[in-house]
Design a protein around this ligand. Structure first.
Ligand code: SGN
Ligand code: CA
Length: 511
């Protein structure tokens, strides 16, 4: 063989090898899907609200795409999760309300990824009341899970209780699984946090994180719901009225246990080690002492509660962000970052004092819209900001699409892979359909359906037979209900027709 032949042969090998490599690199990306519980977009600093600083989630946004219009179909934990996993609206996902049993025999996106050759894992808060299916490995929190010394149910159904703080433990296990996975297969790992869900228990190191700052109040903290229908007046989620002194606001580390929330707090506090309890007492007692002395009343008291609520809530997010950073570092150190899609989102948005509220459930923007940030080097242009109306139930189809798997016919979302590539398809949805089914109960939010277009939002509280219509361009805070306003007669008719069409399309009814 001449030298020339050998050189040619080597070059051909190199080209073939390079091609095989790039094929392997780009054809089936790995997936790290991080989701938190009740993380409002206002508390992701990349969204620009100035409440806190989340450098690691922001890094994903800087290197990937931030979605300004990501919505959920039903702003409650279990229903949203069921829709994400199954790619279906609540009437088809089998979970309309918390406590409904998720039918794990249905088609789901993790199962489709498995069929496409992926190894899949689930770690963290599941909350679907049947065991996960479609995962090669799972390790879930029972029900809502606990912040401190949490129990986990492993995929062999054993329950173990671990010392430590839940957000760190979930990521520890995700990293452990990543380390021992089959390195010849693409992977998809769901890392689903409990934080920042109520009752907002910060990690000890962040107990004093926001002591010296004043969290800016939203302009609607003292909303009077002037133009709204009954539902907004009758809810039970006002910060001033419905947050409990100990369980929520940590006003007393050692309550006497006579109230329901006292007992809940006592049980939770008992999970902390003596050192952690001492750290909590040290952090809160002086502030609580000053609070008692001030003897605040009325709006001043609400303002204080807002500060306490927000500081605890934001502190729990600090640990979430740290753990996003740990996962990103892991990917980089293991040379996985280039060929891995990383998603950060929440099961729904959350009220951070807007309209005077905590919690979610309503189709108003703070709980309807959810944070969504996706990084995928080589496919998503770094620093992209996207305004396409995407939904929680699109994520699964998008991932199947990215993995070259088969999208099952019964999934009802739309793959937004083209959007990630910078092009929104012409036939993209014009309306986002919403249905909240869980009436009464803890926060007393009436059932409602609705549609949102780029310009308007129509909501029908069907238990009350009352309608609301918002002009989203003129009324960004959705404060002025223009339903039955003559000027909007045409819009009203169009939106009502759209609602009918959406209900028919998704085979949904008002029951
Ligand atoms: C618990 C909370 C509620 C919350 C629901 C649903 N109360 O019941 O405030 O709305 O979870 O949250 S608590 O007193 O038990 O903390 S969800 O994220 O699971 O939908
Ligand atoms: Ca939730």
């Amino acid at each position: 063989m001449s030298v020339k032949t050998i050189v040619c042969f080597l070059i051909i090998c190199l080209i073939l090898g390079f091609n095989a490599n790039t094929r392997a690199q780009s054809s089936q990306p790995n997936i790290v899907f991080i989701m938190s519980d009740d993380h409002g977009y206002q508390a992701v600093s990349a969204y620009g609200y100035g409440l806190n600083h989340t450098p690691n989630i922001d890094r994903l946004a800087a290197e990937g795409m931030l979605f300004n219009n990501a919505f959920v179909n039903n702003s409650l934990c279990a229903p949203s999760r069921a829709s994400i996993i199954s790619g279906k609206f609540s009437n088809k996902s089998t979970v309309r309300k918390i406590g409904d049993l998720f039918d794990g025999s249905q088609t789901t996106f993790p199962k489709q990824l498995q069929k496409a050759g992926y190894q899949t894992a689930f770690i963290g808060k599941w909350h679907l009341f049947t065991y996960p299916t479609g995962f090669d490995y799972w390790n879930m929190l029972p029900a809502q899970g606990e912040y401190y010394k949490p129990q986990f149910i492993r995929d062999n159904k054993d329950t173990v209780q671990l010392d430590g703080y839940v957000t760190n433990l979930i990521t520890d296990d995700a990293i452990r699984w990543l380390d021992q996975r089959d390195k010849n297969k693409p992977f998809c790992v769901l890392v689903w946090n409990k934080a920042p869900h109520r009752n907002w228990m910060p990690e000890v190191k962040y107990l004093n994180k926001f002591d010296s700052v004043e969290i800016p109040e939203p302009p609607t903290l003292f909303d009077d719901y002037a133009t709204r229908t009954r539902a907004a007046h009758e809810q039970k989620m006002e910060i001033g009225k419905w947050l409990s002194p100990n369980y929520d606001l940590k006003e007393d580390m050692y309550p006497d246990g006579t109230q329901r929330y006292d007992n809940m707090w006592k049980n939770i506090f008992a999970r902390l080690t003596p050192e952690e309890q001492q750290a909590y007492a040290n952090a809160y007692n002086p502030k609580n002492e000053a609070f008692r002395k001030a003897n605040l009343q009325g709006d001043d008291l609400t303002r204080w509660k807002y500060q306490r609520y927000m500081k605890d809530y934001l502190s729990t997010i600090q640990t979430v962000d740290d753990n996003v950073g740990r996962l990103l570092d892991y990917l980089e150190k293991n040379h996985l970052d280039k060929n891995t899609i990383v998603i950060y989102t929440s099961d729904q948005g959350f009220y951070l004092g807007e309209h005077g509220w905590f919690d979610k459930r309503f189709m108003y923007k703070e709980s309807f819209k959810t944070p969504l940030v996706i990084r995928w080097p080589g496919t998503i242009k770094p620093g992209s900001v996207n305004n396409t109306a995407v939904m929680n139930l699109d994520i699964g189809e998008t991932l199947i699409d990215a993995a070259h798997g088969d999208v099952p016919a019964d999934m009802q979302g739309q793959s937004f892979l083209p959007v990630l590539k910078g092009k929104t398809p012409k036939n993209w949805r014009k309306y986002v359909y919403y249905h909240y089914y869980d009436s009464g109960g803890e926060h007393n939010v009436a059932r409602h359906v609705g549609v949102r277009s780029d310009k308007y939002k129509l909501i029908y509280f069907y238990e009350n037979k009352e309608w609301e219509l918002y002009d989203l361009q003129k009324d960004k805070e959705e404060l002025n209900n223009v339903y039955d306003n003559k000027k909007y007669a045409k819009v009203q008719a169009i939106m009502k027709k759209a609602l009918d069409e959406q209900m028919k399309r998704y085979d949904d009814t008002l029951d």
